[in-house]
Design a binder for this molecule. Structure first.
Ligand code: NAD
Length: 437
């Protein structure tokens, strides 16, 4: 199959290279010239484990190429994926579909023979209808089938997720697309990955329902963590105790500073907005959104309390700035609000992240950036772990104690136990656990 991927970001690039690895001929397009130039030089614009090698292998094999020229690539393709961003629209929280619609127009101008247009971006119910309308309006001669195929990969494990998905959801209203999409995913299909065919609208909703459910699960355990702190229970044991029940499942039950990232915050909000528009509000999700929004600053206040309540003029070291480990993605990271809260209370902040500092500089002002965890901690009145990168899991507490001004550790990811930190003389605060655990 000849495939064009419009948008070569986290999803477009990973999907594109994986399709190439399946044996398809893939052209990744982006309107960002510097991104395409970098990709042509073999430089990967994002941090994603394994991606650089896979791109290099597939470029060398002649199955993967990069361009800014939509016209030639679309005209020569059997399938065109739209994998552009769908951020929150400024002001009202609806998904901003302008990039999707612009891509649809460009595709329509250049399609030749029968072409399957696939929306991989996360889009509200009904977007496929509008993409189809735009294509027909722009080019009444175009022979296309518009399909929904939402992506469920996780940053940090994107290639593995793409190649070994729990399921592949394909929403179509035009039966001609069924065979084409089965062919696109043939290696996974042969490997028994469930291919779930639905209507286009159902498929669009599945993606939002999945993300909203996961966000709700995280938020549930975060509220349990708060309750644990009040009643003297341990949230990790509560998680294990409920997670072993097969109906609940153990994943996404780790208490922490609140969900962030490029998907959950915007997708929960967009689902709530869609549901309101259809006069069928999803109150559980509306509440999830507001609990999570409050939680991020609450975590900043937790640090303030751990430091004795007055942090004016004090210095705080923050380890981990990205919204989760193994990515450089800073979009909606809890670190942003936590650091802002600390600055509002009068502290100065030094941050360190293994991969996210370049992106962090774009979104977090007025902090110092350190070379590693220990230079961040030097002279600090407290050390805060916001993201559980592996390299923070075995910190040298003897060394930390000797370089910090005060031995205070706030572990917002529960990666340590109280006794192993306290024995080095640290005051230790975690999330949802009694102070002795
Ligand atoms: P991204 O911002 O990393 O990438 C989008 C890319 O599209 C950018 O490089 C941009 O320059 C390009 N682009 C925009 N308009 C274009 C056009 N007309 N022609 C060519 N290129 C264009 O975004 P992302 O994180 O890859 O997300 C893309 C979509 O996938 C979103 O809808 C998101 O919700 C969804 N999604 C993301 C993830 C994730 O983990 N990042 C997971 C599942 C689904």
């Amino acid at each position: 199959m000849r495939i064009t991927m419009i948008g070569s970001g986290y999803v477009g690039l990973v999907s594109g290279v994986c399709f190439a690895d399946f044996g398809h001929e893939v052209i990744c397009v982006d309107k960002d010239t510097s991104k395409i130039e970098a990709l042509k030089r073999g430089e990967i614009p994002i941090f994603e484990p394994g991606l650089e090698q896979l791109v290099a292998d597939n470029v060398r094999a002649g199955r993967l190429s990069f361009t800014t020229d939509v016209e030639t690539s679309v005209a020569a393709s059997d399938v065109v994926f739209i994998a552009v961003g769908t951020p929150s629209r400024r002001g009202d929280g609806h998904a901003d579909l302008s990039y999707v619609y612009a891509a649809a127009r460009e595709i329509a101008e250049h399609v030749k023979d029968f072409t399957v247009i696939v929306t991989k971006s996360t889009v509200p119910v009904g977007t496929g209808d509008e993409v189809e309308r735009i294509v027909r309006e722009t080019n009444p001669q175009a022979d296309v089938a518009v399909v929904s195929n939402p992506e469920f990969l996780r940053e940090g494990a994107a290639i593995e997720d793409f190649k070994r998905p729990d399921r592949i959801v394909i929403g179509l209203n035009d039966e001609r697309a069924r065979g084409v999409m089965t062919e696109v995913y043939r290696p996974l299909y042969l490997n028994q990955a469930p291919l779930l065919f639905t209507s286009r609208r159902t498929s669009e909703l599945i993606k939002y329902a999945a993300n909203a459910f996961l966000a709700m699960k995280i938020t549930f355990i975060n509220e349990m963590a708060d309750l644990c702190e009040k009643v003297g229970a341990n949230v990790q044991e509560v998680s294990r105790g409920i997670g072993l029940d097969g109906r609940i499942g153990s994943k996404f039950l780790h208490a922490g500073p609140g969900y962030g990232g490029s998907c959950f915050p915007k997708d929960t909000l967009a689902l709530a907005k869609t549901a309101q528009d259809y006069d069928s509000p999803v109150r559980l999700i509306e509440t999830t959104v507001s609990i999570n929004d409050n939680r991020k600053r609450a975590m900043g206040r937790k640090v303030v309390t751990a430091m004795g309540g007055d942090i004016r003029g004090k210095s705080v070291a923050v380890l981990g700035l990205t919204f989760k480990p193994n990515t450089d993605d800073m979009r909606d990271s809890p670190a942003i609000s936590i650091i802002q809260t600390l600055q509002d209370a009068g502290a100065t902040v030094t941050g360190y992240d293994p991969e996210g500092m370049e992106n962090a500089r774009q979104v977090i002002d007025n902090i110092a950036y350190a070379e590693d965890a220990y230079s961040a901690a030097r002279g600090a009145d407290a050390l805060v772990i916001v993201t559980e990168w592996n390299q923070f899991r075995a910190l040298d507490f003897v060394r930390l104690k000797s370089i910090m001004k005060a031995p205070v550790l706030v572990d917002l990811r529960n990666i340590y136990r109280h006794d192993e930190v306290a024995k080095h003389g640290f005051a230790y605060t975690s999330v949802g656990r009694p102070s002795s655990d």
